[in-house]
Design a protein. Structure first.
Length: 297
């Protein structure tokens, strides 16, 4: 199934690469949050991969943390990989998340920051990542979830319906946190965990949000998107609706980013395993210190 035009994703990133530093606030924030979680894992990772490295935000956040000896950076866009390598001196290459060029069992850690939401075959990408990891290797990744840019989606849909009498795929479909844990399990990972948090950014006007999305390489790459320029009237009306519907008491407008974080391990014989369903010996009420009630109450 082809949801995204991967060539368009690469082109958008290549276009964004030269001036990424002026728009990478979200990439830097989520990289810091990923690395903070990695600090909780008390083990070393001799060889790690930053998959979809953008401008090297993960490498900057690591700064010697995380027990990583060698970090390889890769990005779909060669221009982004070159920017990352030039910024921190770590090895980098252009590589597609849908066709990883790494030998089976070669990596101790794969860390991916806001990149996997552009993958068409996400289960297939998870399988390739799991195969590239050594036994008991770790995947930790962040990706944008379905509630991302809900304000912009609403404004675009309403404006296009009003001006053009219909809808086109202007905003990319995004995964739901409830599905991602199951996808990791289907891909053969052990101990998968998926959770999310919301980052809300405040803007003086929504046009600045559009500039930031373009500057991060996060503009629409839907395979069915309109290939002609948007009507000026539609875009202007969308900006008006955004301001009308979402301006807060301080005269600013919010932009919501739902960030899903995934953690999973490549299977290994000595890993802890979940107990068989129904085998628990401690009543839930005791664990919660709740008063006992008769059955059926």
């Amino acid at each position: 199934m082809t949801v995204f035009n991967r060539r368009a994703v690469a082109d958008h990133r290549a276009r964004a690469a030269p001036d990424l530093g002026a728009h990478d606030f979200l990439l830097r924030e989520t990289a810091e949050r990923l690395v903070d979680r990695l600090d909780d894992v008390k083990r070393g990772f001799p060889l790690a991969l930053d998959l979809g490295c953008h401008g090297g935000e993960v490498a900057a956040a690591l700064a010697g943390r995380g027990g990583i000896e060698t970090l390889i950076q890769s990005d779909l866009a060669p221009a982004m990989a070159a920017r990352a390598a030039g910024g921190n001196g770590r090895p980098a290459l252009a590589a597609d998340e849908e066709a990883l060029p790494f030998a089976p069992g070669s990596l101790d850690l794969v860390i991916s920051n806001l990149s996997l939401h552009w993958v068409n075959d996400l289960p297939g990408a998870f399988v390739q990542i799991r195969q590239a990891l050594k036994p008991d290797g770790l995947l930790i990744a962040s990706m944008l979830g379905g509630a991302t840019l809900q304000e912009l989606r609403h404004a675009l849909y309403e404006a296009e319906t009003e001006i053009e009498g219909g809808l086109s795929p202007r905003v990319s479909p995004l995964a739901d946190v409830r599905d991602l844990g199951n996808l990791l399990q289907r891909a053969g990972f052990a101990l998968p965990v998926a959770d999310f948090e919301t980052i809300t950014v405040s803007y003086e006007d929504p046009l600045k949000l559009l500039r930031d999305l373009r500057g991060m390489g996060e503009t629409n790459a839907n395979a069915q998107r309109r290939t002609t320029f948007s009507r000026r009237a539609t875009l202007l009306r969308a900006l008006e609706i955004y301001v009308e519907k979402f301006t807060d008491a301080d005269g600013r407008v919010p932009a919501t980013f739902e960030v899903i974080t995934l953690t999973a391990w490549s299977p290994a014989p000595d890993q802890p395993k979940p107990l068989r369903r129904g085998s628990g010996q401690v009543p839930l009420g005791d664990a919660l210190n709740a008063p006992k009630r008769p059955p059926g109450d």
